[in-house]
Design a protein around this ligand. Structure first.
Ligand code: NAD
Length: 257
């Protein structure tokens, strides 16, 4: 990949204020893309990501984009239009990274509730579906859609099976969007991380036994970091990945080999 593989491109990263989304936003910014850093509530954290990108000579803006309610995608694009016009009058977008996601853990004592099930699907599946649908004419030809899935779409993990089901649904969306948008040179892929050290599983990883297990399942003998994922996303966003579409790219450090 050349030093500035994404020069001139405009990217949206949902949930870009922390964790994997933050690493993706910063990496796309370093590659030359103008990055819209989506956030739900953590405006200060999103501003920090913007500042970090600008310090590196890149361009970015924070984008309020709480997901999980009807109308969320339309609201996201309205905010995007209002902000992007300062940089690009035509308001197009080249790269959409559907990264925002949540998990609900269950135990024998506390099963998933219907409300939690609806929330999981609203944020992890419905939002990406409508973000792409509502992007409509904004998404440019030769564009990129990258959905952050999970290795748990393919490996059973009954205590978070509702979450796993959302990522399986997301992978099916990837497949269909790739077919639908392919004639325009737009590629659509899922990236499936394994265990990555972020807030989403900080509580779980706090147990030494769990940490040992998480290290042990990877062939590479450690827990993943957000920047293990962001480099793969940057590759898929680049022109070098133009012939890769409709796939789930495993970024689990060889988990469960
Ligand atoms: P995280 O909890 O640090 O980040 C999740 C991001 O999503 C945050 O920026 C958060 O603000 C945002 N978000 C959550 N709810 C939102 C809402 N309602 N509206 C808008 N944004 C919302 O966790 P992470 O590990 O960085 O997760 C990023 C993605 O990676 C998720 O889709 C997650 O499922 C996936 N993933 C993570 C791991 C892992 O081990 N960390 C493994 C596989 C997949």
């Amino acid at each position: 990949m050349s030093a500035k593989a994404l020069e001139g491109k405009i990217a949206l990263v949902t949930g870009g204020s922390r964790g994997i989304g933050r690493a993706i936003a910063e990496r796309l910014g370093r590659e030359g893309a103008l990055v819209a850093v989506g956030y739900a509530r953590e405006e200060g954290a999103a501003d920090e990501v913007v500042a970090r990108i600008e310090e590196g000579g890149g361009r970015a803006f924070a984008l309020p984009a709480a997901l999980g309610r009807h109308g969320d995608a339309a609201a996201l694009w309205a905010s995007f239009d209002a902000r992007v016009s300062a940089y690009a009058p035509d308001g197009g977008v080249d790269i959409i990274v559907n990264n925002a996601g949540i998990v609900h853990w269950t135990t024998d004592e506390s099963a998933l509730t219907e409300e939690q099930f609806d929330e999981l699907f609203a944020i992890n599946v419905r939002a990406p579906y409508f973000i792409v649908q509502e992007a409509a004419g904004r998404l440019r030809d030769q564009g990129r859609i990258i959905n952050i899935s999970s290795g748990l779409a393919r490996v059973a993990s009954p205590e978070i099976k509702g979450y796993g089901a959302t990522k399986g649904a997301l992978d099916t969306l990837t497949l269909n969007l790739a077919k639908e948008l392919g004639p325009r040179g737009i590629t659509v892929n899922s990236v499936a991380p394994g265990v990555i050290e972020t807030d989403i599983n900080a509580e779980w990883l706090a147990s030494p036994d769990v940490e040992k297990y998480a290290v042990g399942i990877s062939a590479l003998g450690r827990i993943g970091r957000p920047d293990d994922v962001s480099g793969v996303v940057a590759f898929l966003a680049s022109d070098d990945a133009r012939w890769v579409t409709g796939r789930v790219v495993d970024v689990t450090g060889g988990s469960g080999l």
